[in-house]
Design a protein around this ligand. Sequence first.
Ligand code: GTP
Ligand code: MG
Length: 512
Amino acid sequence: MDTKKTGPKALHVLQAQRREEAERSVLISCLPRTHHNKFLKYLSRHGDVNKCFFYESFGTYAVVEFSDRDGVGSLLESAAVPSISHESVVPLRSRLLAVRNISTVDTQSAPQCQPQKALPINDLIQQLSSCTNLEQQIVSLTEAHSLTEENIRLRFLVCSLLNDVASAFFPDCSIRPFGSSVNGFGKLGCDLDMFLDLDAIGAGKSNVSRSTAPYVEYQMKRSSSERAVTQGVLSVIAESLEQLGPGCVGVQKILNARCPLVRFAHQPSGFQCDLTANNRVAMRSTEMLYVFGELDPRVRALVFTVRCWARAHGITSSIPGAWITNFSLTIMVVFFLQRRSPPILPTLDQLKELAGPSQKCIIDGNDCTFSSDFDKIQMKSNSESLDRLLSDFFEFYSTFLFNKMSINIRKGKEEHKPELGPLHIQNPFETSLNVSKNVNATQLERFVTLCQESAWSLQNGGTLTALLLPSHVAAIKSRKKRKREPASERIKGLLESLRTKNNGPKKCCLDA
Ligand code: GTP
Ligand code: MG
């Protein structure tokens, strides 16, 4: 028997599989206590149902995956157009449906809804307080926050539904998820970043040989730049989602951003969506993070923990501004793990050296080549515990020379900053850019102070529960007012108050 352990699947293989599943799926609005068996019986008249699960988002929905596309076709064929007396319907049919006249059951026998949002921080803290040690807490947090199988399916299904709308204009386009929906670092409830791929249609993709023999070519509208084309295409897609896209609300065109995008909410899934086009570098950074996350389970665990800690203390925010972003934080964790001895992660340059000629990838003049072949990437054994790594992460960034040095995951070592901004994290592919250009000195200072306090807390037996409590930061905020008190005394007092809090009623008011 061949017992050779195979590495994780390549991202493009996983994505193709998910896309194909999504194309065989429909999204159905139903009553909260829909009779599961009758519902399935009705659906199976149209084809074999591979998978069916329920969730709640402005109502109850079911994701139904048929074993082939004929099942979807048959169901759509049988579907009625709603008859509405005081409104009119937009004549666009999609795979977003509603089931009528199916009986319901009592609450106890109602189908279980799959959670699509992460636990509120209060509940998470309570869950973590039952873990026996820090390592368990980190693992438990990672499990609680990770995207579930169902949530990933739903993300691909939403892309596929939107693809149907976009293909009315661009029949060969494809809408694909990127960012944390697919890079392994997505938290339940995170936004859905999508990429509209028009390459199959774009100029220069013609298979006609322009020889001396006669041929015809398309007459295509011209625009002043590729950026202008992207803006125009996204503007049209935004209009069509607004006017025709079932479930798409609050469509905003953000076309003057460095990377033009359309932002909207997809109500049936509850996802906040960002749709971009011509954003191939972000697809490469998604794949890079996926590779790093799959190389060692400690990577995801540490990233989830650091992101949660940062969110709990307002280091990151859902509002754009001078805050550190989740993407920057992830790069900081990667860099820290590249700096371990022996390193837990390879540098991007090392991954580039491992790439074969077929993996060469140049996007807009930027070399985005790296190998994602897990069988080729070999690391020396490093058995450091998660406790140690978390504590050392805080220590590492407590003392990092942010005023002089830049974080560079391509080289895996700090370099002199090429510009003055408070935090410099080199963009791994567009190397002249700073990923954290938005961060101001105050936010960096808050990050460093929290790293110092958290390192101290962990080195003195603190737990993750204590690190996630905002009272921890409240104490830091008021530190300046209590300057006369020695630091060790203040922290002792803080830990004492946390201990009391943990033993007392769990209902504290947290807004993170
Ligand atoms: P969350 O949405 O916060 O869970 O994380 P995310 O990784 O999805 O981040 P975000 O939605 O902000 O961005 C989506 C993807 O775009 C990221 O995963 C990166 O691949 C890319 N990206 C985001 N910000 C930057 C940036 O400043 N520079 C570069 N080069 N890429 C970025
Ligand atoms: Mg995102």
